[in-house]
Design a binder for this molecule. Structure first.
Ligand SMILES: [Zn+2]
Length: 220
């Protein structure tokens, strides 16, 4: 097969530089691992994280290919169990991880300075058409109930409000996870654990949610 001509996109070239390093330094030494992985994946953990470019779960948890099954989206949200028409991407990934890969742990990882959470607070995209902010507005409206309480206490701008919203967002996703019958029943049987977490970008610290108190504490 003839190679594709060199791209005229500097951004793609930047990626391809990384790909070449991966082929030289990442892929060859780990060839056996990749060889085994071609048979299939058996991750024990699913991570639901934000699409934000600063919070890559594989980097934060320093894991190898095949170890975590990841879904990333705006604000690391899980929708409730819904059977309405539409394409339920997060629900599909969740179903696959829980029912077919049989993961034993799900981590919902929000993060500090999350633009999606910020937009949920300010409702800056409310009323926009789909394609002009409307998809984001609809998606982050999953946080509307939590927002109402936080807005009443902290307002809708500033770090206190944002931090409260970031913390609440993870709890909303955990609650929504538990509306999925397969998640709920496996958690009740003790074969699936759910954990909430927040990654603070500025200092690189991961906070874990203690669901008995509703508070976050640095992971040690
Ligand atoms: Zn984010």
């Amino acid at each position: 097969m003839a190679p594709i001509p060199v791209s005229d996109s500097p951004d793609l070239e930047y990626l391809l530089d990384g790909y070449r390093r991966f082929r030289d330094n990442g892929w060859k030494p780990e060839r056996e691992r990749w060889e085994a992985l071609k048979e299939g994946q058996q991750p024990r953990v699913m991570v639901i994280a934000c699409s934000d470019s600063r919070v890559d779960p594989s980097q934060i948890f320093d894991v190898n290919p095949g170890e975590i099954f990841v879904v990333r989206n705006v604000a690391a949200l899980v929708p409730p169990f819904e059977t309405t028409p539409g394409h339920h991407g997060v629900s599909a990934a969740l179903e696959f991880a829980v029912q077919f890969l049989h993961v034993s742990q799900i981590v919902v990882m929000g993060h500090g300075m999350c633009g999606g959470v910020q937009a949920a607070l300010t409702q800056s995209m409310l009323g926009c058409e789909p394609g002009k902010g409307g998809f984001v507005a609809d998606w982050i409206s999953l946080l509307d109930d939590a927002r109402a309480e936080i807005a009443a206490e902290y307002g809708t701008t500033g770090r206190d409000a944002e931090r409260a919203m970031e913390q609440a967002g993870v709890k909303v996703s955990l609650a929504n996870l538990r509306t999925f019958p397969c998640v709920r029943s496996k958690e009740e049987r003790g074969t699936l654990k759910l954990t909430g977490a927040l990654f603070a970008i500025s200092d690189g610290v991961l906070y874990l949610l203690d669901e008995t108190t509703g508070t976050y504490h640095p992971a040690t």
